[in-house]
Design a binder for this molecule. Structure first.
Ligand SMILES: O=C([O-])CC(=O)C(=O)O
Ligand SMILES: [Mg+2]
Length: 387
């Protein structure tokens, strides 16, 4: 068995939304197809992958470095003999050959896109959903039947007032979500408190409301927000400061007793380990949001999960960023704590299979082989353009 072609393209996922740090008016995404010579149901197996929002498409790195490297590799070295399938770990080693450690930059995104496509192909070749394959191979066969998901939105948008924010949050509750996230840090503290309080009134319980500052605050501002948020008892306070400012994160733990979340902009096991070593994150309440589609893929994610276990962290404290089906599979198959969901933004890459409804804040998993892209029509149409 071998990979016979790898194709990529850049597609827009732009919109007028804004968080505290960036707007998404120019946002793009790489989509990759890994074509194999394995035939299932009369057709060659093709694995698909894409990157998460927040980092731009990686066409240049894919075309110049990573795809040629994989195409040049001896096909026999990319096969997992024991499982009669492609070997994502061997493929990862080829992708990362002649790459120095550190400085993870954007290459982790390019590798993550290919890794997603490889795992999709592996599960399709095995004829099972990816969550099932992961549970069988790595968790003694036990998968979660349902995964907690929360609705991420509450972006700043031109002309959007509090009523529009309230209506947005109501619509998430109407669609079965129990927990909702809104952006903060794009205005001042007083304005954000009004927005947060409006959302709490809609949801009825601050324990189901999450806020995300997207790394905007310096320590003084992060503490000022912490003091104002503390009496509310929110579900979590996300990415208060720069993602690499571990000292800020650690100091903030002295000022905020409720859960904090961060990690979506840490792109390697080593960066995640630095957060655990130096960021003061509390394993009894805080949440880690590493996103495989930005951080070298699932092969690296498993190293991160192993690192967390060695440091006494339960995988249930991991709730990935990105709202995509790959992380949903990982959540169910490797026993994470849940997954983000973007009901209205980043389409068609955000969101789950078409026929899977959110019920009481949880979703089930698609039963088709692979990640489940073929069960999501709008996304599948974009992917099939590569063929
Ligand atoms: O607005 C963004 O960049 C996305 C984000 O932080 C999240 O989903 O948590
Ligand atoms: Mg975030």
């Amino acid at each position: 068995m071998k990979i016979v072609d790898i194709r990529e393209k850049t597609v827009p996922i732009r919109s007028e939304i804004r968080n505290a740090y960036i707007d998404f008016s120019q946002m793009t995404c790489s989509v990759v197809a890994v074509v194999t010579d394995v035939v299932r149901d009369g057709r060659p197996v093709v694995g698909f992958g894409f990157n998460s929002n927040g980092r731009y498409a990686q066409g240049c790195l894919l075309r110049e470095r990573f795809i040629p490297r994989l195409k040049a590799a001896d096909p026999a070295k990319l096969v997992d003999g024991a499982n009669d399938n492609l070997d994502p770990f061997a493929i990862w080693d080829v992708l990362m050959s002649n790459e120095k450690p550190g400085g993870h930059g954007e290459r982790s995104v390019a590798v993550g896109v290919i890794d997603m496509a490889v795992w999709d192909a592996v599960a399709k070749i095995a004829g099972v959903p990816l969550w099932r394959l992961l549970a069988d191979r790595y968790r003694g066969g036990e998968a979660d039947a349902r995964v907690w998901v929360y609705a991420a939105g509450g972006y700043y948008y031109p002309g959007k007032d509090t009523t529009a924010l309230e209506n947005e949050m109501k619509s998430y509750l109407d669609r079965g979500y129990t927990d909702v996230k809104l952006k903060i840090g794009g205005g001042d503290l007083a304005e954000d408190m009004r927005r947060i309080e409006a959302v709490i009134r809609v949801v009825g319980d601050a324990g189901h409301v999450l806020v995300d500052a997207n790394g905007r605050f310096d320590l003084e501002t992060a503490i000022a927000y912490a003091r104002a948020l503390q009496p509310l008892g929110l579900r979590w306070y996300e990415e208060p400061g720069d993602p690499l400012d571990y000292a800020l994160q650690a100091e903030l733990a002295n000022h905020y007793a409720h859960p904090m979340a961060t990690g979506e902009n840490l792109f390697s096991m080593q960066d995640a380990r630095n957060l655990i070593r130096h960021g003061g994150m509390r394993s009894d309440r805080d949440i880690l949001q590493f996103d495989c589609a930005l951080s070298y893929g699932l092969v690296e994610y498993m190293r991160t999960l192993d690192m967390l276990a060695e440091n006494g962290w339960s995988s249930r404290r991991v709730v990935p960023h990105g709202g995509h089906q790959m992380s949903l599979n990982i959540a169910a198959g490797l026993h994470l704590g849940g997954n983000e969901s973007y009901p209205d933004v980043f389409r068609p890459f955000g969101g789950f299979a078409d026929d899977i409804a959110v019920e009481n804040g949880h979703v089930g998993l698609p039963q088709i082989p692979g990640v489940g892209f073929e069960a999501k029509g709008e996304l599948c149409a974009v992917m099939k353009e590569l063929l």
